[in-house]
Design a protein around this ligand. Structure first.
Ligand code: B12
Length: 454
């Protein structure tokens, strides 16, 4: 039987001193779920948790191994993915090295030129990866498969036509890939719950925050699973894995209120006793009526995650955030009224007037804390990412970005060293990062944690 191997690389290198959240690797799992297990032997390796990767797969690699799919966000994942690709190449010269995920999608040409990359799949991979495997296994042409960037044996690179993304409802459920991993490994005791797992029910985002990568890849489109499909998966997780809470990784869970209400009603009707949280924005949340809030609460909604980003209204305007500081304080009061845990993230150190945005942001956080001291605060230094609108602005303000795939692998949010921050201000901000205990807080928020259920 033909084989496909999917690799989810380590997100942090040895130089990082904290344990990053080891959430369920949704990207490679949703890809694996699309393959017909009667036709392909699939393997998923999660580089973050596998001790002796080589021992694990050396025996398994043979001529049947058609391709290795490697997933990467802009981070150390790239470097670890390259190590893994080199390891595979040593054992098999025919296996195609296929890269996908956020970084290759945003920078396909910079990615493809690397010797450890044969093909890049841009954007959503579910359809393309199966079509590619089918074509390679039958020795067929691949140039008709959309959304690929291909390197030929002579080094020439070409791109195949673009296909817009399919509806998430057409994909097979992620549950199909549960047999390839130890799902219990990704269940956490966190946020007051005993058994929490991550899940994704929608993709894209209609807003256009200028620092965010989502709109570049999804072109401000948004697509979502219908509630019955979500409920089937969640019911399975509830019954088979005794999950007591779902953490939605959706960019914005609340885009379609009709869908959310249907979802809440199905949870209640089916007596699925799980709590759930999700990402929203200030303006949306303030628009939720009393009736809607009560339904959300009854269905188990307990925590809202909102990117407030700045307390400087000029910055908010420049980065495409449409809310005001007063509205943020209204959200805090609303959460307190309905007993919803608020989790807010902030970035300081934008290029325009970093001293001022820092002070204004500290100021709004103080006001938030006076209203409700239990609001979770995550506090970061702004880092411009490739493929975002802020990338261009950052260039104009003197930022030098990495020039190769390898260089991008050392570009992380805490080491990017934006030139418009003086050392003095950077030190001051870092003191606040530890004052707000973003690292420790992130433990609670699930960003950096090893607080896993045993
Ligand atoms: C979960 C998550 C994390 C987790 C890690 C993942 C995990 N499982 O534990 C944690 C919390 C650790 C994390 C950290 C960070 N994250 Co994050 N994270 C996410 C989030 C919310 C969900 C990812 C996910 O699982 N999506 C669901 C899966 C199914 O979708 P997907 O990953 O996009 O996969 C699809 C395609 O990309 C493609 N694909 C993916 N891999 C592959 C591989 C192959 C071979 C193929 C063919 C296709 C393919 O096919 C998949 C199915 O269609 C995304 C936003 C989002 N909604 O995607 C941000 C996101 C990936 N994160 C981002 C960022 C910036 C960060 C941080 C820097 C944030 C910060 N300030 O702390 C840090 C980085 C840490 C570091 N060391 O550098 C950016 C990445 C931008 C970029 N250029 O790469 C995103 C897109 C958010 C954003 N708004 O911009 N993150």
């Amino acid at each position: 039987m033909k084989k496909v191997l999917l690799y989810y690389p380590k997100i942090c290198g040895v130089e990082d001193n904290r344990d990053l959240y080891v959430g369920i690797p949704l990207s490679v799992m949703t890809l694996a779920a699309q393959f017909d297990s009667k036709k392909y032997e699939l393997k998923i390796i999660d580089g973050r948790i596998t001790e002796n990767i080589e021992d694990d797969i050396v025996e398994w690699i043979d001529n049947e191994l058609l391709m290795v799919g490697i997933s990467a966000i802009t981070s150390y994942q790239i470097k670890d993915g390259i190590f893994f690709a080199e390891f595979i190449r040593n054992y098999s010269t025919n296996t195609k090295l296929v890269w996908g995920g956020w970084h290759p999608s945003l920078m396909p040409y910079e990615t493809i030129v690397h010797p450890m990359v044969d093909i890049v799949i841009k954007g959503q991979g579910e359809r393309a990866i199966v079509e590619l495997a089918d074509a390679i296994s039958l020795n067929k042409e691949i140039s008709h498969i959309p959304n690929l960037v291909i390197k030929e044996s002579n080094g020439d690179v070409y791109e195949t036509p673009t296909r817009f993304y399919a509806d998430l409802n057409h994909y097979k459920s992620i549950v199909n890939s549960f047999s390839y991993v130890d799902v219990n490994r990704y269940i956490y005791k966190i946020w007051g719950n005993q058994r929490v797992i991550g899940y994704e029910s929608s993709r894209g985002c209609p807003w256009h925050c200028r620092y965010c990568s989502i709109s570049s890849v999804y072109n401000r489109k948004w697509n979502a699973m219908l509630p019955p499909k979500m409920i089937a998966d969640i019911d399975y997780l509830y019954k088979e894995y005794s999950i007591d809470a779902i953490h939605f990784f959706d960019n914005n869970f609340f885009v379609d209120a009709v869908r959310v209400k249907h979802f809440c009603n199905l949870l209640i009707e089916n007596k699925i006793n799980v709590k759930w949280d999700g990402t929203c924005n200030v303006i949306q949340f303030l628009g939720f009526t009393d009736e809607y809030m009560k339904l959300l609460k009854r269905s188990g909604f307990y925590r809202v995650i909102i990117g407030i980003e700045s307390g400087d209204e000029e910055v908010l305007n420049k980065i495409g955030k449409l809310h005001t500081n007063d509205q943020v304080l209204e959200v805090v009061k609303k959460c307190k009224r309905y007993n919803i845990q608020a989790s807010f993230s902030f970035m300081v150190g934008f290029p325009w007037n970093p001293e001022q945005d820092f002070l204004n942001t500290i100021n709004i956080i103080n006001k938030i804390k006076v209203i409700d001291n239990s609001v979770e605060i995550m506090f970061f230094i702004f880092t411009p990412y490739c493929g975002t609108n802020m990338y261009q602005t950052a260039l104009e303000y003197g930022m030098r970005f990495p020039q190769s795939l390898e260089e991008w692998s050392s570009y992380t949010y805490d080491k990017a060293n934006t030139p418009w921050l003086t050392e003095k201000l950077r030190r001051k901000i870092k003191r606040y990062v530890s004052f707000f205990d973003t690292d420790e807080m992130s433990d609670k928020l699930g960003l950096f944690t090893n607080n896993r259920n045993e």
